[in-house]
Design a protein around this ligand. Structure first.
Ligand code: TMP
Length: 228
């Protein structure tokens, strides 16, 4: 009997971004624990690139499309304290599939620089290192959800957990994951640092204890190298 070829392809085709000069756009993610100022930095980077006349799309996870935003509400509602960790993992992946298909790939295909506030490293850090779900399982699901699509560049904003959580309290930001204890967030931070150590070419570490302007300047320096 003829052996059937194992199909490893994702559920759809997308022009994988591989960095540098090419026909498709550039994919950048910002990552980090709570309170690092990621969203502010993502916005500032997008505004900077627009000023430099780059076509830019700013997006976020979980979110970026109507369906993914609905999934976000389910994931982050503080009412959902009974959510099983596996249900949580699958929902983050579901939101990501929709995000890639409806937003990231079409924008990259137009040649844009796509900046996303979080992507798959968050799943490895939060559901893997934080929740303790097997990284192998997370990786298999990631293969189904993204076809192992990775950003060309990931900026990891690193900050100590206490400062991050204090900052978020200050702006009254509360969601289901933020309600986890300090120990959980410490595991997530360590997870991010391990991911950065494994992929130093893609993941660039930026200390988030500096001022907003300094962090922005450092991010711009890193991004400009990729755009050269
Ligand atoms: P945000 O507050 O940065 O928008 O992120 C929403 C929350 O979702 C944050 O607590 C991190 C968490 N998260 C995961 O646990 N896994 C994921 O894959 C993603 C994208 C986010």
């Amino acid at each position: 009997m003829k052996k059937r070829k194992r199909k490893n392809s994702p559920p759809f085709n997308f022009p994988l971004a591989k960095g540098g000069k090419r026909g498709v756009g550039i994919f950048i993610s910002l990552e980090g624990i709570e309170g690092t100022g990621k969203s502010t930095q993502a916005r500032m980077l997008s505004e900077y690139l627009i000023k430099k006349r780059y076509e830019t799309a700013l997006t976020e996870e979980p979110g970026g499309t109507a369906i993914s935003r609905e999934i976000r509400k389910v994931l982050l509602s503080t009412k959902h304290d009974k959510m099983d960790y596996m249900a949580e993992l699958l929902l983050y992946n579901a939101a990501r599939i929709q995000h890639i298909k409806e937003k990231i790939v079409p924008e990259l295909a137009k040649g844009k620089i796509v900046i996303t506030d979080r992507f798959s490293d968050s799943t490895a850090a939060y559901q893997g290192y934080g929740r303790g779900i097997s990284l192998r399982l997370i990786d298999s699901l990631d293969r189904i959800a993204t076809g192992r699509m990775r950003p060309d560049l990931t900026i990891l904003l690193d900050l100590d957990v206490e400062t991050g959580l204090r900052r978020n309290k200050h702006i009254n930001k509360v969601d289901r994951l933020e309600l986890e204890d300090v120990r959980f967030h410490k595991k997530v931070r360590e997870g991010f640092l391990k991911l950065a150590a494994k992929e130093p070419k893609r993941i660039k570490l930026v200390k988030a204890s500096k001022s907003i302007a300094e962090i922005h300047r450092e991010i711009v320096r890193i991004v400009e190298k990729v755009l050269e």
